[in-house]
Design a protein around this ligand. Structure first.
Ligand code: HEM
Length: 547
């Protein structure tokens, strides 16, 4: 019966949600018991028998770059094609799509913050927030990243010889960093535990659970008064809201209004936070909830995403060829010389390290799907290798753009499953993917190969108008943290790589933590001189002349 229930032609067209020429035969492949548990828990992951993005990957292999996925009453158009992604994210007006079910799920936490905001609110808030990420501020943040990375380094040195969960450590350091950057608040989570930190984590877990649920259990009558996790969720949100309100009030009491240009020149040595910038910005409406919503959004958006990038990079470096890790350490030491932490120019100079970070976002994109809902009817351009006509999208259609599928597609990447940071030096094209320009390293500008250089086959920070506002911040934060650690320490996996596992939420977590043994090393111990480096070898093997 369970199988029957989900064995259906995609329900999208039947519900009038999406008229697409593709339909997928759905089959539930878990046990009957786990199916019932999934239904009762309203949990798509359980129903899918594992992380949802892996199910989408399986259907991508079977049905190609566009199909409809139906879970009971819910239906989604799943898009894994760069030309269609480019159309939805960049080419149509920003008012054409909204965040749909993601906004519904996040609303109780982020309100109308920038990520879930509807297009009208988004336009106003994006304009207000972006100036806060100005160059001088980002430069100042580099110093703060170094301070925080140093605290983590000392902590790891004190634990030498023990097994440490590096995923947990990275979550702590990125929480401390985002707390300082956004509100000038010191969570101090690298060195201590507190009820506030626990509340932040529980709220994050609840948000993740909601985003993989097909029953909005949190909307059940009075759920926050009787339903286990919901009572706690309300308590946690009240605690965090009180802290935020207090921080905002204190900043408002000392408000000193100025234009954006004046604010960019201000020293604000005691409090360089975004909160300070926004409160002092002339014209900012402090009576509305918008400020609270945006700050809460950035706390959540800027924390575990960066932690995940660090976690998966270190995982891949530790399990990869030792020559790669050695080469990265050598680069860090050569660039930093006797300094303990990098400045902006050093980050630019550490290209191999940055390419490792971005390569981990290719293999483990955070989040693994982008969610949209069509506010107006649309026509997706034909793309992929075997589609002949455009795809009609009806108003109200819910859409998943699978970044996981795009980033691991054999049509779009050479050896897609392989962690190979050298790939970003080499061009890649595939004329059979119609309308796609391929990846061109000559188009890379800034700190990382971005969606433009890969013509929307690579969406590490999304693309188009709603692209991440924190991309530079995150890349610099991760580069500083990793370089500070790798300059002084070696990391060895304490469990077999296959046991690290993967589970999904808004970000891709490990199943069992990233258990590692950190060990201090002498900085000269790895400077093995080789005539041909590992990096060059990868190019040579593929007939590419790096010069
Ligand atoms: C949006 C990824 C770090 C704030 C996004 C989007 C992605 C993303 C993919 C687009 C979502 C969509 O189109 O639906 C990441 C990754 C990060 C990271 C992988 C770290 C490795 C940060 C940081 C901040 C931040 C550090 C803040 C300090 C935001 C905000 C948006 C956003 C506010 C919404 C932008 C808008 O709709 O205008 N991020 N992010 N993110 N991110 Fe990030």
């Amino acid at each position: 019966f369970a199988v029957q229930m989900l064995t259906s032609v995609g329900l999208g067209p039947a519900l009038g949600m999406a008229a697409v020429p593709t339909a997928v035969i759905q089959k539930y492949e878990g046990s009957f018991l786990s199916f019932i548990k999934g239904v009762l828990g309203g949990d798509l992951q359980t129903l899918a028998g594992g992380p949802l993005f892996l199910l989408l990957a399986k259907y991508y292999q079977e049905y190609g770059p566009i199909f409809t996925l139906a879970f009971g009453p819910k239906a989604f158009l799943v898009v894994s094609d760069p030309v269609m992604a480019r159309h939805v994210l960049r080419d149509v007006p920003v008012t054409q799509y909204c965040k749909g079910m993601l906004a519904e799920i996040l609303e109780p936490i982020m309100g109308q913050g920038l990520i879930p905001a509807n297009p009208a609110v988004w336009k106003v808030r994006r304009r207000a927030l972006v100036p806060g990420f100005h160059k001088k501020w980002l430069n100042r943040m580099i110093g703060m990243f170094g301070d925080r990375a140093d605290i983590l380094l000392k902590d790891l040195q004190s634990k030498e010889g023990n097994v440490v969960d590096m995923e947990e450590r990275f979550c702590s350091v990125t929480l401390d960093i985002i707390g300082k950057a956004v509100f000038n608040y010191d969570f101090g989570s690298v060195t201590k535990e507190s009820p506030i930190i626990k509340a932040v984590y529980r709220v994050l877990r609840e948000a993740e659970h909601r985003s993989s649920s097909f029953i909005p259990y949190w909307n059940l009558p009075y759920a926050d008064q009787w339903m286990g996790g919901q009572v706690e969720f309300r308590r946690d949100m009240t605690m965090l809201d009180d802290i935020l309100a207090d921080l905002i009030n204190r900043a408002v009491e000392t408000r000193s209004e100025a234009t954006v240009e004046e604010l960019e020149e201000r020293d604000n040595a005691d409090d360089p936070s975004l909160l300070r910038f926004l409160v002092d910005m002339r014209g900012e409406d402090l009576s509305s909830k918008a400020l609270r919503d945006d700050l809460m959004t950035m706390l959540i958006a800027g924390h575990e995403t960066t932690a995940a990038m660090l976690t998966w990079t270190l995982f891949e470096l530790a399990r990869g060829p030792p020559a790669l890790l050695e080469e990265i350490q050598k680069e860090v030491r050569t660039v930093l010389k006797d300094k303990d932490r990098p400045d902006y120019d050093d980050i630019v100079a550490m290209k191999k390290l940055r390419f490792c970070l971005i390569e981990s976002l290719r293999l483990y994109p955070e989040p693994p799907v982008l969610i949209r809902r069509a506010r107006e009817a649309d026509n997706l351009p034909s793309g992929g290798s075997d589609l002949t006509s455009g795809i009609k999208v009806l108003r109200g259609t819910d859409m998943f753009i699978s970044t996981w599928n795009l980033h691991r597609s054999p049509d779009l990447w050479d050896e897609p499953e392989r962690f190979d940071p050298t790939r970003w030096d080499r061009p890649f094209q595939n004329p059979s993917v119609r309308g796609w320009d391929g990846y061109n390293p000559d188009k890379v500008t800034g700190l990382y190969p971005n969606e433009q250089a890969a013509d929307f086959a690579f969406l590490p920070f999304g693309g188009g108008a709603r692209k991440c506002v924190g991309d530079q911040f995150a890349m610099m934060e991760a580069a500083v943290t990793l370089s500070v650690l790798l300059k002084k320490m070696d990391f060895e996996l304490a469990i077999p790589a296959e046991d690290v596992g993967m589970k999904t939420g808004a970000t891709i977590h490990t199943m069992n933590g990233l258990q590692m043994k950190p060990r201090s090393v002498s900085e000269s111990s790895t400077s093995v001189e080789k005539t041909t480096s590992w990096w060059e070898m990868q190019h040579l093997k593929r007939g590419f002349n790096a010069n």
